[in-house]
Every structure is written in C-alpha cells, then in structure tokens.
Write a protein that binds this ligand. Structure first.
Ligand code: ARG
Length: 268
C-alpha cells in the first residue's frame, strides 16, 4: 500500500516538475515562471482559426488559435498560468455554469438561450459579424445552387452538436436529413467522403479549412438571423469580477488590432 502511494506521488511530482501536463485533452501554458496558480478555460478544439489541436515543435500535440491567444491574455491579466481543457462543444455551457472551469472560449455566440444559463463578455469582434455558410462539394455545384436545393429528405446536412449551426440546419433545411455530430473535424471528413452532402458552419472556419486541404469545398452564403451575433467569452452567472477583467482585455486587444491580426495568422 505504501509502495503504491509512493509510485503515485512520484508520478505526480514528475508531471509537476515538467510543468506541462499534456494528457490528450488538457494543455498547460506556463505564461510566467513567477505565477503560482492556473486559470482554467474550456473549449472545443476542432474549430480553426479559433481553436485547433496541432503538433507542436516538440512533436507533442498543442492547442492554438485566436481564442487561445485571448485566453492567454486573460490569464496574464489575472496573473495566472493557463490550463486549456478540450471537450465536446455541447458540454461547455454546463461546465462553466457548474464551476468546473473558470471560463469558456469556443467561438461561442451569446444566444438568448445560453444567456439564461451563463454570462457573456462583450463580443470580441469589434465590427464585422461572423458570416454563416453552408459548404458543399464542388462536384455538386449544379445540384445545389441555393440553400432551398438542400431542403429535401434525400439531402444529408451536417452540423455540430449543440451549435447554432444545428439550429440553422433545422430552420433553413427542415426537410433534409440532419446528421448532428460532436466533432467538427469528423463533419469535414464526412463531407469529403460523401457521407453528408452539405455542412453548416461559419465563414472563418470554412476559409481556414479550405486553406488547409479542403480546397474542393464551395461556400453557399446563409442570410444572417437576428439573435445570433458575435462570439464571446462565457463565465459563471454573476461572476462580474472576472467578466470586468475579460471585457477590459478584449477592449485592449481590439484597440491594438491583435484579434484581427490573429484571425489572419490562424486562417493561413
Ligand atoms: N458559433 C457557433 C455557436 O456558438 C459554433 C461554435 C463552435 N465552436 C467550436 N469550438 N466548435 O454555436
């Protein structure tokens, strides 16, 4: 028993010293050697240019993107290191509501129904709204020229579980066969492999993916709907202290033009 305890203790110590817990879904960023604490952010890292898992220079997986840069700036403003937890998008709102994490950033739109459960920061886009699109394969351009062409039971439309795009699929193509899937990477490969015919996603994500190997995909623009504007950071209801810091960080980053710059960097 004692031996067992020692082994566990040793494992914990080794992980602690290396300063980098990198089990598959947790990514630690030591932002300053003097910081003693971590702030924890959750995201669904399947969404470039916002958050994406890539191989780092050391060969290990890491998480990168606009939202990760924003999270680092928030952590620094709090004087803490950053822990990023990667999860299914549909878990994020409840996790921050329940206090399992301090905040969430996942290109999340502050919709009225989510605002009943958690509080949101200001949108971190200063001006432009995020465009909504439907992707189809270029082989099908003649078949699907408009969104209306997709509204047919024989058409399989994909969207991420718990996302506003899943709602759009229902609103715009109620007759189609919806394939609601948790992982956006899987949705893209399904479109590529003809397992779905169309994919509801957002403009910046479509562009990043088209730039990163999916050049056969074509965008159909979706008309924007009211109540689905912007992307914001989510915190537990009533956590105004944290929200004040986050809004200040967002204002500073936008004033320096950094968020716009990161969007370009991580879409390339
Ligand atoms: N903006 C959409 C929403 O709020 C989709 C966000 C998906 N984010 C992600 N990291 N997979 O529902």
């Amino acid at each position: 028993m004692k031996k067992m305890f020692l082994v566990v203790l040793l494992a914990v110590t080794v992980l602690g010293i290396s300063g980098c817990t990198n089990t598959s879904n947790v990514f630690d960023f030591i932002l300053d050697e003097d910081y003693t604490e971590f702030v924890t952010m959750a995201t669904s890292a399947d969404y470039p240019p916002y958050e994406n898992i890539v191989q780092g220079e050391d060969g290990k997986n890491t998480v990168v993107g606009v939202d990760i840069e924003i999270a680092k700036a928030i952590a620094i403003a709090l004087g803490k290191n950053l822990r990023v937890v990667h999860k299914g998008f549909d878990f994020l709102v409840e996790d921050v509501r329940d206090g399992k994490v301090d905040f969430i950033i996942a290109a999340m739109t502050p919709t009225p129904s989510r605002q009943l459960i958690i509080d949101f920061s200001d949108s971190y886009y200063s001006e432009e709204t995020v465009s909504q699109v439907v992707l189809i394969h270029k082989d099908n351009v003649d078949l699907y020229q408009t969104i209306e062409d997709l509204n047919n039971a024989s058409v399989r439309v994909g969207a991420q579980t718990g996302s506003i795009q899943a709602e759009f699929a229902e609103i715009f193509t109620p007759l189609a066969t919806a394939k609601i899937i948790q992982d956006v990477n899987e949705l893209f490969s399904n479109l590529d492999n003809d397992l779905i015919d169309a994919l509801f996603t957002e403009g910046p994500v479509a562009d990043a993916k088209i730039n990163d190997g999916y050049s056969d995909f074509i965008k159909l623009e979706l008309t924007t709907l009211e109540g689905y504007d912007g992307n914001a950071v989510g915190v537990q209801k009533g956590n105004t202290a944290l929200l004040t810091v986050i809004n200040q960080v967002i204002a500073d980053l936008n004033e320096q033009g950094l968020i716009a710059e990161w969007l370009v960097t991580y879409s390339a």
